[in-house]
Design a protein around this ligand. Structure first.
Ligand code: ACO
Length: 402
């Protein structure tokens, strides 16, 4: 560890805020969070209203274009999504180039980046209709790529998008339809997936969104910027946490580990174990998304008439952690990932697709932030400083003397 107090910068005054705990990197009008009170709003609209009443696409329009669409705008955007949901014929060849066990996140980021090379319009800040088309194409194609990456992973033919299905239903159709047998989700399953996507749609300056803004500030195109966001999302401390939660709960279940023992391990820093799905940099009393998803997980399992032992274990873990001084003192509560995995499992999504599901959900937020950067004519390139802590001057030596 570096003793920061003993350091002096020879290049002037630099504010050091390791991990940006308290540094605003930008001004943004997209999402409001009050971490103390557990409030989350998209463009001022409470997340609870959107989760209960809005479709994912309506939520995406709110985030990207700044307001809930009227019926005419909604229909026009829906039409754009439909027109742009299929992949370019040549793009499908890329799926064959990946090894069968390639992680779907690797495929997703590579394919989103490749989109720019195919049939998409050039995006100009001044061309509002070009941007609308590109935003619709990215939303629609991300979903198609995600389902296709799964199909190619399991060795099944890629299912084409249907033109008569809403967004969430269409994704499930592409995931689970097989030749001569079309999959149609029940309304309860479609509703649960829609809610999952709405709750993931934006979350201000998280790791992946800040990455998108950073890349965008250099002038990179929408697809390159969003592809960078997908990669930033991949890690287990960020989007990878939903997968890690289910792996953790499965381990507790399969190895019959007493919940109290697991909690003790998570409290011991030397164990390297963290309670996955717990803790959040911003939320210090509760994560409103976790509360909605906890209820939703319960209702979904009930409507499907199935029981999942992992839901019971999740409840036990939550109860034990919330009663424990370690978690209380550090104000660690369940985050969005704690219950989302239970919902995805119930829908039939395989665990290694969980982070991809998060990426589909977060795409509207990434697009909205990319646009905010591009609409700001005075935007400077993001270029943080550092505090140099290496050798002040090192003498160059010839190889024999090193
Ligand atoms: N289990 C056990 N201890 C924890 C946990 C946890 N899940 N989270 C934080 N702590 C402890 C830390 O060890 C630290 O303890 P200390 O004060 O004794 O050193 C203290 O709480 C603060 O932790 P930080 O890592 O400094 O908190 P930070 O705000 O940097 O990290 C994070 C937040 C990454 C979410 C963290 O809580 C974590 O790793 N959680 C588990 C992974 C997870 O669920 N990630 C999903 C986040 S939500 C999202 O990305 C959608």
């Amino acid at each position: 560890a570096i003793d920061i107090s003993s350091l002096r910068s020879s290049t002037g005054l630099i504010t050091l805020d390791d991990g940006y705990g308290n540094t605003g990197s930008c001004a943004s009008a997209i999402t409001f969070i009050d971490g103390e009170k557990g409030i989350l709003r998209y463009r001022g609209v409470p997340i609870e209203d959107l989760a209960a009443r809005s479709s994912f696409i309506e939520t995406a329009e709110l985030l990207i274009f700044g307001e809930l669409p009227d019926p005419e705008a909604r229909d026009e955007f829906r039409q754009l999504l439909t027109e742009n949901s299929a992949l370019h014929r040549d793009m499908r060849k890329h799926f064959d180039g990946f090894p069968a066990d390639a992680h779907p996140m690797a495929i997703l980021s590579a394919m989103i980046n490749a989109l720019q090379a195919y049939d998409l319009p050039e995006i100009h800040i001044t061309d509002a209709s070009g941007f609308r088309r590109a935003a619709a194409a990215l939303l629609a194609k991300t979903r198609t790529i995600a389902a296709a990456s799964y199909k190619s992973h399991i060795g099944q033919p890629i299912a084409y998008p249907r033109y008569d299905m809403p967004y969430a239903e269409n994704f499930l159709h592409m995931m689970f339809s097989v030749p001569y047998r079309d999959y149609e989700p029940t309304p309860e399953v479609a509703h649960a997936l829609n809610m999952f996507l709405v709750l993931h749609a934006d979350h201000e300056q998280n790791c992946s969104t800040s990455t998108v803004r950073m890349v965008a500030s250099g002038g990179a195109n929408l697809f390159a910027s969003v592809s960078a966001g997908v990669n930033a999302l991949w890690g287990p401390r960020h989007g990878g946490a939903n997968m890690a939660v289910v792996e953790m709960l499965s381990r507790i279940h399969q190895e019959k580990i007493p919940v109290s023992r697991y909690i003790d391990q998570a409290k011991d820093r030397s164990s390297g174990v963290r309670l996955m799905g717990f803790g959040h940099r911003i939320y210090r009393s509760f994560d409103p998304r976790a509360q909605i998803l906890k209820e939703a997980a319960h209702s979904l399992l009930e409507s499907l008439n199935v029981t999942d032992p992992l839901l019971d274990i999740a409840r036990q873990v939550e109860e034990a952690a919330l009663a424990d001084d370690y978690f209380r003192e550090r104000r660690l509560y369940p985050n969005v990932d704690f219950y989302s995995g239970i919902i995805l499992r119930a829908i039939g999504i395989p665990t290694d697709m969980f982070t991809v599901m998060f990426a589909i959900g977060r795409t509207p937020g990434w697009i909205a932030h990319w646009k905010e950067i591009h609409d700001n004519a005075a935007q400077r390139i993001h270029r943080p400083r550092q505090l140099y802590v290496g050798e002040p001057l090192t003498q160059w030596l010839p190889p024999a003397e090193r």
